[in-house]
Design a protein around this ligand. Sequence first.
Ligand code: NAP
Length: 298
Amino acid sequence: MTAEIISGTEIRKEILAEIKEDVAKMKAEGKRVPGLVTILVGESPASISYVTLKIKTANELGFKEIQENQPEDISEADLLALIDKYNNDPEIDGILVQLPLPDQIDDKKVLNAINPDKDVDAFHPVNVGRLMIGGDEAIFHPCTPAGIQEMIVRSNTETSGAEVVVVGRSNIVGKPIAMMMAQKGIGANSTVTIVHTRTKDLAAHCKRADILIVAAGVPGLVKPEWIKPGSTVIDVGVNRIGMNEKTGKAILSGDVDYDAAKEIAGKITPVPGGVGPMTIAMLMKNTLKSAQYALKNS
Ligand code: NAP
């Protein structure tokens, strides 16, 4: 039987509609709307395109959006001062610094300067620690793992007691999603295994996964025979495997052999149109949560 397709494009629409409704409610109650500042240094076309998409989405949701476009030669001190300004701005709930930053700036120093309560990317060590503690402590989850968990929940996949295998142990995907799935709570309570390049028998681990989350960045890494029949497969990989001559756009593929896997799995995410579209939606959800948290505590 062909697997049910978990569409990130559709779930994203649902999430954005829910956020929009919450923002409209805040406005109707006379409250301020969520505020997001996007800090872009330099003019890298890729960074401009990411930031533009974030700004567009924030504006469509009715957020207060501030764009801070800074020159390539901005000093570290000036960038830190800018962050400090927004750390102390009561109308700003989320501060986004688009990476990479130029060589004269220490990325880590800049990201760690963001007030953890406004760190909607959730990369600050304080938020990593909060995620580890779990429960109410974890105000924000990093956006890609949060998107993965949301897809699992909204596709009604049973997580409690499920064997979850995560391929990859990066700080932005593998490690946080593994910890999130192992926590107590909705969409979690799973038994989690993390596998990586030093794992002895990758196939054996994947084969017993009720939920297989693959974030390796290796096209076709997961073979169809590694997939447990009826399981849920979340393919996070985004790999450029060629160029469409007609459109001039990159041809993308995930880490799983999708066409064959969808005949074995119970549910599966496509690439593109799976986890990818979820990330910005979760960024917006984090900004909304940050505003709600700030309003509650003011
Ligand atoms: P990363 O930092 O390169 O980490 C990859 C992880 O996969 C590493 O832990 C690595 O193991 C493991 N790995 C690589 N090859 C493997 C193999 N042959 N067998 C077992 N494990 C292997 O990558 P990332 O940032 O987590 O991203 C992973 C993929 O997700 C990429 O394709 C990326 O483009 C995509 N991604 C998508 C989104 C999105 O859709 N929004 C967001 C983030 C990332 P070692 O630690 O042992 O080296």
